[in-house]
Design a protein around this ligand. Sequence first.
Ligand SMILES: C[S@@+](CC[C@H](N)C(=O)[O-])C[C@H]1O[C@@H](n2cnc3c(N)ncnc32)[C@H](O)[C@@H]1O
Length: 252
Amino acid sequence: MSIQSWIDRWDAQQEVNLPDREERFTALIDAVAEGVGRPDPLVLDLGCGPGSLSVRLLKQLPEAIVVAADADPLLLGLGRAAYGDTIRFVEVDLAVPGWSAQLGLDRQADAAVSTTALHWLSPAALAAMYAELAKTLRPGGLLLNGDHLGESAQTAPTLLRIGRAIIEREERRRAPAGHAEDWSGWWAAVKADQELADLVAERERKQTGGGHHGSPSGLLATHVDALTAAGFAEIGTLWQRGDNRLLCAVLA
Ligand SMILES: C[S@@+](CC[C@H](N)C(=O)[O-])C[C@H]1O[C@@H](n2cnc3c(N)ncnc32)[C@H](O)[C@@H]1O
Protein backbone atom coordinates (compact mmCIF):
# COMPACT_ATOMS: atom_id res chain seq x y z
CA MET A 1 0.00 0.00 0.00
CA SER A 2 1.34 3.48 -0.81
CA ILE A 3 2.39 5.93 1.92
CA GLN A 4 -0.38 8.33 0.92
CA SER A 5 -2.94 5.52 1.24
CA TRP A 6 -1.74 4.81 4.79
CA ILE A 7 -2.11 8.51 5.64
CA ASP A 8 -5.59 8.59 4.08
CA ARG A 9 -6.51 5.55 6.20
CA TRP A 10 -5.01 7.34 9.24
CA ASP A 11 -7.27 10.33 8.58
CA ALA A 12 -10.31 8.05 8.21
CA GLN A 13 -9.68 6.24 11.51
CA GLN A 14 -9.08 9.56 13.31
CA GLU A 15 -12.52 10.67 12.14
CA VAL A 16 -14.14 7.71 13.89
CA ASN A 17 -13.96 9.56 17.21
CA LEU A 18 -13.79 12.96 15.61
CA PRO A 19 -16.39 13.51 12.87
CA ASP A 20 -15.67 17.26 12.90
CA ARG A 21 -11.92 16.79 12.41
CA GLU A 22 -11.74 18.62 9.06
CA GLU A 23 -13.93 21.46 10.32
CA ARG A 24 -11.69 21.80 13.38
CA PHE A 25 -8.55 21.80 11.19
CA THR A 26 -10.09 24.59 9.11
CA ALA A 27 -10.99 26.68 12.17
CA LEU A 28 -7.49 26.19 13.59
CA ILE A 29 -5.76 27.19 10.35
CA ASP A 30 -8.07 30.21 9.97
CA ALA A 31 -7.07 31.20 13.51
CA VAL A 32 -3.37 30.98 12.62
CA ALA A 33 -3.92 33.05 9.45
CA GLU A 34 -5.86 35.67 11.38
CA GLY A 35 -3.73 35.67 14.51
CA VAL A 36 -0.05 35.69 13.54
CA GLY A 37 0.01 38.92 11.52
CA ARG A 38 2.47 37.78 8.83
CA PRO A 39 2.25 35.55 5.75
CA ASP A 40 5.36 33.53 6.66
CA PRO A 41 4.88 32.45 10.27
CA LEU A 42 7.09 29.88 11.96
CA VAL A 43 4.61 27.27 13.21
CA LEU A 44 5.28 24.26 15.45
CA ASP A 45 2.96 21.24 15.15
CA LEU A 46 3.13 19.43 18.51
CA GLY A 47 2.28 15.71 18.35
CA CYS A 48 2.03 15.94 14.57
CA GLY A 49 1.51 12.24 13.77
CA PRO A 50 1.97 11.74 10.01
CA GLY A 51 1.52 15.48 9.40
CA SER A 52 -2.22 15.79 8.70
CA LEU A 53 -2.52 19.24 10.28
CA SER A 54 0.85 20.50 9.01
CA VAL A 55 0.08 19.69 5.38
CA ARG A 56 -3.33 21.36 5.51
CA LEU A 57 -1.80 24.44 7.17
CA LEU A 58 0.86 24.71 4.50
CA LYS A 59 -1.77 24.47 1.78
CA GLN A 60 -3.58 27.50 3.24
CA LEU A 61 -0.40 29.39 4.21
CA PRO A 62 2.18 28.36 1.60
CA GLU A 63 4.85 30.75 2.95
CA ALA A 64 4.68 29.29 6.47
CA ILE A 65 7.66 27.40 7.90
CA VAL A 66 6.32 24.31 9.61
CA VAL A 67 8.30 22.24 12.11
CA ALA A 68 6.38 19.09 13.02
CA ALA A 69 7.30 17.27 16.24
CA ASP A 70 6.33 13.81 17.43
CA ALA A 71 7.79 10.91 19.42
CA ASP A 72 6.58 8.13 17.11
CA PRO A 73 9.16 7.06 14.49
CA LEU A 74 6.60 5.24 12.37
CA LEU A 75 4.22 8.18 12.07
CA LEU A 76 7.18 10.51 11.45
CA GLY A 77 8.43 8.12 8.77
CA LEU A 78 5.08 8.27 6.97
CA GLY A 79 5.05 12.07 7.23
CA ARG A 80 8.63 12.45 5.98
CA ALA A 81 8.00 10.14 3.03
CA ALA A 82 4.86 12.03 2.01
CA TYR A 83 5.68 15.66 2.88
CA GLY A 84 9.38 15.76 3.86
CA ASP A 85 10.20 18.16 1.03
CA THR A 86 8.11 20.98 2.56
CA ILE A 87 7.69 20.09 6.26
CA ARG A 88 10.54 19.43 8.70
CA PHE A 89 9.68 16.48 10.94
CA VAL A 90 11.61 16.14 14.22
CA GLU A 91 11.54 13.23 16.65
CA VAL A 92 11.12 14.57 20.20
CA ASP A 93 9.37 13.48 23.36
CA LEU A 94 7.36 16.49 24.50
CA ALA A 95 7.24 15.01 28.00
CA VAL A 96 11.01 15.34 28.36
CA PRO A 97 12.24 18.87 29.17
CA GLY A 98 14.65 20.27 26.58
CA TRP A 99 12.53 19.18 23.59
CA SER A 100 12.46 22.70 22.13
CA ALA A 101 16.25 22.83 21.72
CA GLN A 102 16.04 19.75 19.50
CA LEU A 103 13.79 21.57 17.01
CA GLY A 104 16.73 23.59 15.63
CA LEU A 105 14.77 26.86 15.47
CA ASP A 106 16.54 30.01 14.30
CA ARG A 107 13.92 32.37 15.72
CA GLN A 108 11.02 32.34 18.15
CA ALA A 109 7.91 30.70 16.79
CA ASP A 110 4.78 32.67 15.93
CA ALA A 111 2.39 29.85 16.79
CA ALA A 112 2.26 26.33 18.17
CA VAL A 113 -0.57 24.14 16.93
CA SER A 114 -1.68 20.69 18.00
CA THR A 115 -4.55 18.30 17.36
CA THR A 116 -5.68 15.30 19.41
CA ALA A 117 -2.29 14.92 21.04
CA LEU A 118 -1.64 16.91 24.21
CA HIS A 119 -4.21 15.00 26.30
CA TRP A 120 -1.67 12.12 26.17
CA LEU A 121 0.73 13.96 28.52
CA SER A 122 0.42 13.69 32.29
CA PRO A 123 -0.72 16.97 33.93
CA ALA A 124 2.81 17.53 35.31
CA ALA A 125 4.43 16.91 31.92
CA LEU A 126 1.83 19.14 30.24
CA ALA A 127 2.61 22.00 32.66
CA ALA A 128 6.35 21.65 32.02
CA MET A 129 5.74 21.46 28.26
CA TYR A 130 3.64 24.66 28.24
CA ALA A 131 6.28 26.43 30.37
CA GLU A 132 8.96 25.47 27.84
CA LEU A 133 6.67 26.45 24.97
CA ALA A 134 6.28 29.93 26.49
CA LYS A 135 10.05 30.42 26.07
CA THR A 136 9.88 29.14 22.48
CA LEU A 137 7.09 31.47 21.26
CA ARG A 138 7.49 35.18 20.62
CA PRO A 139 5.56 37.63 22.81
CA GLY A 140 1.96 37.60 21.55
CA GLY A 141 2.54 34.16 20.02
CA LEU A 142 -0.37 31.72 19.92
CA LEU A 143 -1.06 28.22 21.13
CA LEU A 144 -3.95 26.62 19.19
CA ASN A 145 -4.88 23.22 20.57
CA GLY A 146 -7.69 21.16 19.04
CA ASP A 147 -8.62 18.33 21.36
CA HIS A 148 -11.36 16.71 23.43
CA LEU A 149 -11.12 18.81 26.59
CA GLY A 150 -13.99 18.19 28.93
CA GLU A 151 -15.66 19.49 32.06
CA SER A 152 -14.66 18.22 35.48
CA ALA A 153 -16.67 15.42 37.13
CA GLN A 154 -16.17 17.26 40.43
CA THR A 155 -17.32 20.74 39.48
CA ALA A 156 -19.71 20.09 36.56
CA PRO A 157 -20.96 16.47 36.70
CA THR A 158 -24.30 17.21 35.01
CA LEU A 159 -22.73 19.12 32.12
CA LEU A 160 -20.24 16.28 31.71
CA ARG A 161 -22.95 13.59 31.66
CA ILE A 162 -25.30 15.40 29.26
CA GLY A 163 -22.42 16.46 27.03
CA ARG A 164 -21.25 12.86 26.68
CA ALA A 165 -24.81 11.66 26.03
CA ILE A 166 -25.25 14.16 23.20
CA ILE A 167 -22.09 12.90 21.51
CA GLU A 168 -23.10 9.25 21.96
CA ARG A 169 -26.58 9.88 20.54
CA GLU A 170 -25.11 11.73 17.59
CA GLU A 171 -22.64 8.89 17.03
CA ARG A 172 -25.42 6.27 16.98
CA ARG A 173 -27.29 8.35 14.38
CA ARG A 174 -24.14 8.91 12.31
CA ALA A 175 -22.80 5.36 12.22
CA PRO A 176 -25.45 2.88 13.41
CA ALA A 177 -23.46 -0.05 11.95
CA GLY A 178 -20.12 1.05 13.43
CA HIS A 179 -16.99 1.97 11.48
CA ALA A 180 -14.82 0.12 9.00
CA GLU A 181 -11.49 0.74 10.75
CA ASP A 182 -10.67 2.35 14.07
CA TRP A 183 -7.37 3.30 15.78
CA SER A 184 -6.41 -0.26 16.77
CA GLY A 185 -7.44 -1.66 13.38
CA TRP A 186 -5.18 0.87 11.63
CA TRP A 187 -2.22 -0.02 13.84
CA ALA A 188 -2.75 -3.75 13.31
CA ALA A 189 -2.85 -3.25 9.54
CA VAL A 190 0.17 -0.94 9.39
CA LYS A 191 2.28 -3.35 11.46
CA ALA A 192 1.53 -6.11 8.94
CA ASP A 193 2.85 -4.11 5.95
CA GLN A 194 6.26 -5.60 5.08
CA GLU A 195 7.29 -2.38 3.33
CA LEU A 196 7.05 -0.59 6.68
CA ALA A 197 8.87 -3.31 8.63
CA ASP A 198 11.90 -1.11 9.46
CA LEU A 199 9.73 1.69 10.86
CA VAL A 200 7.60 -0.82 12.79
CA ALA A 201 10.76 -2.37 14.27
CA GLU A 202 12.12 1.07 15.24
CA ARG A 203 8.84 1.92 16.91
CA GLU A 204 8.85 -1.32 18.84
CA ARG A 205 12.48 -0.88 19.85
CA LYS A 206 11.71 2.58 21.24
CA GLN A 207 8.39 1.37 22.70
CA THR A 208 6.63 4.47 21.38
CA GLY A 209 2.95 4.59 22.12
CA GLY A 210 3.19 2.00 24.86
CA GLY A 211 2.58 4.66 27.50
CA HIS A 212 -0.75 5.87 26.10
CA HIS A 213 -3.49 4.95 28.54
CA GLY A 214 -6.68 7.00 28.59
CA SER A 215 -6.58 10.75 28.61
CA PRO A 216 -4.56 12.00 31.62
CA SER A 217 -4.81 15.64 30.51
CA GLY A 218 -8.32 15.49 29.05
CA LEU A 219 -9.79 18.17 31.31
CA LEU A 220 -10.14 21.73 30.07
CA ALA A 221 -9.14 23.06 33.50
CA THR A 222 -5.83 21.16 33.40
CA HIS A 223 -4.85 23.07 30.25
CA VAL A 224 -6.17 26.45 31.39
CA ASP A 225 -4.35 26.19 34.74
CA ALA A 226 -1.07 25.07 33.12
CA LEU A 227 -1.23 27.78 30.44
CA THR A 228 -1.94 30.46 33.05
CA ALA A 229 1.03 29.29 35.15
CA ALA A 230 3.22 29.34 32.03
CA GLY A 231 2.46 33.02 31.39
CA PHE A 232 -0.24 32.88 28.72
CA ALA A 233 -2.62 35.82 29.10
CA GLU A 234 -5.87 35.34 27.16
CA ILE A 235 -7.09 31.73 27.19
CA GLY A 236 -10.38 30.66 25.63
CA THR A 237 -12.30 28.42 23.26
CA LEU A 238 -12.56 29.68 19.66
CA TRP A 239 -14.59 26.76 18.24
CA GLN A 240 -16.44 23.92 19.92
CA ARG A 241 -18.67 20.92 19.39
CA GLY A 242 -19.42 19.02 22.58
CA ASP A 243 -16.10 18.69 24.41
CA ASN A 244 -14.24 18.79 21.10
CA ARG A 245 -12.81 22.28 21.08
CA LEU A 246 -10.17 24.61 19.73
CA LEU A 247 -8.44 26.16 22.71
CA CYS A 248 -6.46 29.32 22.05
CA ALA A 249 -3.93 30.92 24.37
CA VAL A 250 -2.03 34.14 23.70
CA LEU A 251 1.40 34.58 25.24
CA ALA A 252 1.71 37.76 27.30
C1 LIG B 1 -4.00 10.79 17.97
S1 LIG B 1 -2.43 11.22 17.35
C2 LIG B 1 -2.76 12.77 16.53
C3 LIG B 1 -1.77 13.08 15.45
C4 LIG B 1 -2.07 14.32 14.60
N1 LIG B 1 -1.90 15.54 15.37
C5 LIG B 1 -3.43 14.26 13.98
O1 LIG B 1 -4.31 15.05 14.34
O2 LIG B 1 -3.63 13.40 13.11
C6 LIG B 1 -1.53 11.70 18.81
C7 LIG B 1 -0.06 11.98 18.52
O3 LIG B 1 0.59 12.52 19.66
C8 LIG B 1 1.89 11.98 19.71
N2 LIG B 1 2.43 12.07 21.07
C9 LIG B 1 1.87 11.59 22.20
N3 LIG B 1 2.66 11.82 23.26
C10 LIG B 1 3.76 12.46 22.78
C11 LIG B 1 4.94 12.95 23.39
N4 LIG B 1 5.17 12.81 24.70
N5 LIG B 1 5.85 13.55 22.60
C12 LIG B 1 5.65 13.70 21.27
N6 LIG B 1 4.54 13.24 20.64
C13 LIG B 1 3.60 12.63 21.39
C14 LIG B 1 1.69 10.54 19.27
O4 LIG B 1 2.90 9.93 18.87
C15 LIG B 1 0.71 10.72 18.13
O5 LIG B 1 1.33 10.95 16.91
